[in-house]
Design a binder for this molecule. Structure first.
Ligand code: NDP
Length: 331
């Protein structure tokens, strides 16, 4: 038990589900860390599309009100009783559950935080950890990208998309990126796409067919969902892999098995959190991301920073497809 009085911090909270305007700048009480926990003062908070799903109720938050956010870099300000391996002053990052990073300070399970190498700026860390670990499991574990593969990446100029294209390119694949406008097309090219298709102007299925000389692609990484799912299946070669890992345009309709039978396709709907279950998995994924940033294999596109109090504006811009690369909130 702690004798110190409860501490008040500023945080964004959702009292009712809805549009970006439901994100409120509140005062919340924060206690002392218990067994196995640390308290962290956030220096930079990563914004991810999953935060929008929770705000709208596409994914269900445990209770209302709640503080959204699944990614931050900060400094440890208190450690739970008897905790070893973490100390006050450590710079740490976290990406995943539990939610609550849209806050000046938060309590976290110590086994969910990872050390941040001195070479990584905290703001860059918050721009890359969750999105980078997503790109990591997608190209290294979910479907293993190898030289000679042709890879189709949706939302190729987005936060995850930018890293996915860079990583797939570095692994020796031919990368085809889909984007909604010319500016995003230029970024996707810089990020290693061999071909970029502007899917708001061209039929991407027809163009992928042309680009691959009728062969189709080995794998599709589809984060757009409802609007693109069927087209993605049509882009695959025989025995290709459909990796449906998000639903920025809405949840895809149910898929009849016959849709896969036509080409003996594989379908998976993976989630990062099931790929970083153990401490070893988390450290390995974070380590690979930070190493690739330090060596220059991954360049971080941080195009948008906002004060934490303006999280609603960040969500509005993300949802209206105005952003590219990563978005970070500064407490
Ligand atoms: P992004 O920065 O990629 O933003 C989303 C992008 O999706 C937009 O910029 C836009 O790009 C595209 N898009 C297409 N249709 C729509 C639409 N109707 N509304 C809004 N955007 C649309 O976000 P993140 O990098 O944070 O996440 C990318 C995706 O990856 C999300 O779907 C997210 O849920 C998923 N994800 C999944 C994870 C998992 O574990 N399964 C983990 C992390 C992310 P354009 O304008 O070029 O079309």
């Amino acid at each position: 038990a702690s004798l110190s009085p409860p501490k008040m911090v500023k945080a964004i909270r959702v009292h009712e589900l809805g549009g970006h305007e439901v994100l409120k700048w509140d005062d919340v009480e924060i206690g002392e860390p218990k067994d196995g926990e640390v308290r962290v003062r956030n220096k930079a908070v990563g914004v991810n599309f999953i935060d929008v799903y929770f705000r709208k109720g596409v994914y269900k938050a445990p209770s209302l009100p709640f503080t959204p956010g699944m990614e931050a870099v900060g400094v440890v300000t208190a450690v739970g009783p008897g905790l070893t391996g973490r100390k006050v002053g450590d710079l740490v990052a976290y990406a995943g559950q539990p939610m609550g990073s849209y806050a000046e300070e938060q309590i976290l399970p110590a086994d969910k935080v990872v050390p941040v190498p001195a070479s990584v700026d905290p703001v860059i860390g918050a721009a890359i950890l969750l999105k980078g670990m997503t790109a990591h499991f997608l190209v290294r574990r979910c479907f293993k990208v190898e030289p000679g593969h042709t890879v189709l990446v949706h939302a190729a100029a987005g936060g995850v998309g930018s890293l996915l294209c860079q990583w797939a390119n570095a692994l020796g694949a031919t990368v085809i990126g889909l984007v909604s406008n010319k500016e995003k097309a230029a970024q996707a090219k810089e990020d290693g796409c061999h071909h970029v298709i502007i899917y708001s102007e061209e039929d991407f299925v027809v163009r992928v067919n042309e680009v691959t000389s009728g062969n189709g692609v080995d794998v599709v990484y589809d984060s757009v969902g409802k609007d693109t799912f069927e087209g993605s299946l049509a882009c695959l070669k025989l025995r290709g892999y459909m990796v449906s890992f998000g639903q920025a345009s809405g949840t895809p309709d149910p898929v009849p098995l016959s849709a896969l039978a036509a080409k003996s396709l594989f379908l998976t709907r993976p989630t990062l959190f099931q790929y970083v279950v153990t401490r070893d998995e988390l450290l390995e994924a974070a380590g690979e991301v930070f190493t690739n940033v330090a060596s220059g294999v991954l360049k971080v596109r941080l195009n948008h920073t906002y004060p934490l109090s303006e999280a609603a504006k960040a969500h509005a811009d993300l949802e209206s497809r105005k952003t590219s690369g990563s978005i970070v909130l500064i407490p």
